[in-house]
Unconditional design. Structure first.
Length: 363
C-alpha cells in the first residue's frame, strides 16, 4: 500500500489542497449543528418524547453519512499518491485543534461554573486525567454526575472519537475497497444497526459507558452509505435549493415520536439521510444563499465542539432556578446566537490560524 506514497515533508502543494465544496451540503451541516445545540438545551429539561427537538440526536448519523461522502469525494482519487501518513496528518490538522479547544473550555467551566460547585472527590489528579483523556480522545466515562459520558469535559467529542475510527478505516483499506465490498459492509452494518435499535428502542446510543458499542453500527453504516452515494454517483439533480433540502432535513430531525419509534429512526438513518445527501449534492445553489451556506458550513464544527461547556452550566442553572417554559425559550433564543458568536471567534482567532500554520508545516 505504501508503494509510491510520499513523505509529508515533500508533499506537493496540490495534494494538500482541498477540492471545491458542495456548498449546500456545507450549509446542511450547519443547520444540523444548530439543531444539536437546541436539542442539548432541551434535553436538560424534557424527556425526548416531550422535546420538540427530541430526534435532534439523529444529526450525528447525518454527520457520519455526510462525512463518508465528503471523505470519498476529497481523497478517493489521490490516496495512492498521498500515502496514509499524509492523510492521517491532514485529518488531525482538520479535526484536532477544536478537540483541544473544546476540552479547555470544558475544563474551565467545570472549575469556574457560577451555578455549580466542583463535585466531591475530584482532586487534581482525577481532573487532570479527565482533561488529558479529553485532549487525546481516550474514552474515560467515570463521572456519574455527567451520566458517564465518554468525555466528561466535552460530551460531543464522542462522535469525534468515532470519526477518527472511520478515518483510520478509510486510510487503511476503505479508500481502495470496491463498491461491492463497500455495499457488503453497509449491509452488515445495517443489520447490526437494526438489531441495536430494536434492543435499545432507539438509535441514540454511543455517547456513554453503557451504550458505547451502539456507536459502531451507527458509524459503520452511515459512513459507508455516504461513500456509496459518492462512488455510485447517486447525485440527484434538483431545484429544491438550500431552503428546500433544509426543510427536508428538519423533517428528519424534528419529527415527533411514534409507536414503533425505533423502526422510524432506523428508516431515517438507513434510507432518508443518504437520500438527503444525494439531494443536497445535486441541488442547485442560488447565489442569494451562497454566503449563508458557506458561513453555515464553516461554523458548524466550531459550534459543535465549543457549545457543550455551556450546556453543563445551564444544567446546573436549571437545577437551582427551575425556569418555566417561557423563560427557557428566552434563554435558548439568547444563548444560541451567543454560542454562534463564540464559535465564529473560535474559528477566526484560533482554528483557522492554527490549521494554516500546521498546513504550512506539511508543505
Amino acid at each position: 500500500m505504501e508503494q509510491g506514497a510520499i513523505r509529508a515533508t515533500n508533499a506537493p502543494a496540490d495534494l494538500l489542497k482541498t477540492k471545491p465544496h458542495f456548498e449546500i451540503l456545507d450549509g446542511l451541516r450547519g443547520i444540523a449543528a444548530i439543531v444539536v445545540v437546541i436539542f442539548h438545551f432541551m434535553e436538560v429539561v424534557y424527556i425526548p418524547t416531550e422535546n420538540f427537538t427530541g430526534h435532534g440526536f439523529l444529526a450525528v448519523d447525518f454527520f457520519f453519512c455526510l462525512s463518508g461522502f465528503v471523505i470519498a469525494y476529497a481523497y478517493d482519487g489521490r490516496m495512492d499518491k498521498m500515502g496514509i501518513g499524509t492523510f492521517f496528518r491532514l485529518r488531525l490538522i482538520r479535526l484536532h485543534p477544536l478537540v483541544i479547544l473544546g476540552s479547555v473550555l470544558g475544563l474551565l467551566t467545570f472549575l469556574f461554573d457560577p451555578f455549580g460547585a466542583i463535585p466531591d472527590g475530584y482532586g487534581f489528579v482525577k481532573i487532570g486525567l479527565l482533561f488529558i483523556t479529553s485532549l487525546l480522545l481516550i474514552p474515560y466515562p467515570v463521572m456519574p454526575e455527567r451520566y458517564f459520558n465518554l468525555f466528561s469535559f466535552n460530551a460531543p467529542a464522542w462522535t469525534l472519537f468515532w470519526e477518527y475510527i472511520a478515518n483510520i478505516a478509510y486510510g487503511l483499506f476503505l479508500w481502495k475497497a470496491s463498491r461491492r465490498i463497500l455495499a457488503g459492509l453497509a449491509i452488515v452494518a445495517a443489520i447490526g444497526l437494526g438489531y441495536t435499535a430494536y434492543i435499545a428502542g432507539n438509535v441514540m446510543g454511543g455517547w456513554g459507558k453503557d451504550t458505547f458499542w451502539h456507536a459502531l453500527p451507527r458509524l459503520a453504516y452511515s459512513f459507508t452509505a455516504g461513500m456509496l452515494v459518492f462512488r455510485y454517483q447517486w447525485i440527484i439533480r434538483n431545484r429544491l435549493g438550500f431552503l428546500g433540502v433544509t426543510a427536508l432535513l428538519l423533517v428528519g430531525l424534528l419529527m415527533p415520536y411514534f409507536q414503533y419509534n425505533w423502526l422510524i429512526e432506523l428508516i431515517v438513518v438507513l434510507v432518508y439521510f443518504p437520500f438527503l445527501v444525494a439531494l443536497g449534492a445535486g441541488a442547485r445553489l442560488h447565489e442569494s444563499v451562497r454566503s449563508i451556506c458557506v458561513f453555515s458550513g464553516k461554523i458548524s464544527y466550531p459550534l459543535y465542539m465549543t457549545h457543550y461547556a455551556v450546556i453543563w452550566s445551564f444544567a446546573n442553572y436549571y437545577a437551582t432556578y427551575k425556569p418555566d417554559a417561557g423563560q427557557l425559550a428566552v434563554i435558548i433564543a439568547i444563548a444560541v446566537p451567543i454560542l454562534l458568536g463564540v464559535a465564529w471567534l473560535a474559528m477566526i482567532l484560533y482554528d483557522e490560524p492554527v490549521r494554516r500554520w500546521l498546513r504550512k508545516k506539511e508543505q
